[in-house]
Design a protein around this ligand. Structure first.
Ligand SMILES: [Zn+2]
Length: 223
């Protein structure tokens, strides 16, 4: 079991995503979290794309998630991973701090869309499955199941069976690399239905039941 939350145990939301304020783009692009524990965990099965310094963000880490979005972990006192590392939700990647433009120890957790540009964001509270609301929470209430790594914690992967020879692909398009070819009768979990329309098809994020391989498939190839 794991969560999509970068902390464990008790934590507080001290500033919501998109609360209006004096930020450069006029609103708060991430969510501010303070934990009983300072250890920061990976929030997805992803790759560390950058470790850097910024006058606003302080010491930060960016991780590319399987859905192509970028998870930003900011104001860290310490980074305990390296660029290129493959991480999971249980990988310890850094330590909470107050570096950069920060008035106290906290984690600014931000999710940028695939452009990875400032102010092109997704709601990090929705990703974590918690309310986007200042308050106290405990990660044990937001566990995600072993049968799904869906970004939507309330979604229980639906079991389906292939009825065609079907490629599992790294991304939701026939242009993306093939992970493996699967044959009729293979069972899989649909982790997230209809994540993208590309090449004339609707694509689902799936996990092969037996191998655990995750990727994308065309939604009309199973029953
Ligand atoms: Zn913040």
């Amino acid at each position: 079991m794991a969560t999509n939350i970068p902390l464990t145990g008790n934590f507080r939301v001290t500033c919501e995503y998109k609360r209006k304020g004096s930020w450069a783009c006029g609103w708060h692009t991430g969510i501010d979290l303070v934990g009983d524990s300072d250890t920061i965990y990976g929030t997805c099965d992803g790759t560390v794309t950058k470790i850097g310094w910024d006058n606003s963000y302080g010491n930060y880490i960016t991780v590319k998630a399987p859905d192509g979005k970028y998870h930003w972990f900011c104001h860290l006192s310490k980074v305990t991973c390296s660029e290129g590392d493959k991480i999971s939700r249980t990988t310890k990647i850094g330590v909470m701090g107050s570096t950069g433009n920060s008035t106290g120890k906290h984690l600014h957790f931000e999710i940028r869309n695939s452009s990875n540009k400032y102010a092109d964001n997704s709601d990090p509270a929705a990703y974590m499955g918690i309310p986007n609301k200042v308050g106290s929470y405990n990660t044990s209430n937001y566990q995600i199941g072993n049968t799904t790594t869906s970004s939507n914690s309330s979604y229980a992967g639906e079991l389906k069976t292939l009825n065609h020879n079907t490629n599992l692909r790294k991304g939701p398009s026939t242009d993306d690399d093939i992970i493996a070819l699967y044959i009729p009768g293979t069972t899989l979990y649909v982790l997230q239905a209809g994540v993208e329309k590309a090449n004339g098809y609707t694509w689902d994020k799936v996990r092969i039941r037996v191998t655990g391989d995750e990727g994308y498939m065309i939604n009309q190839n199973y029953k």
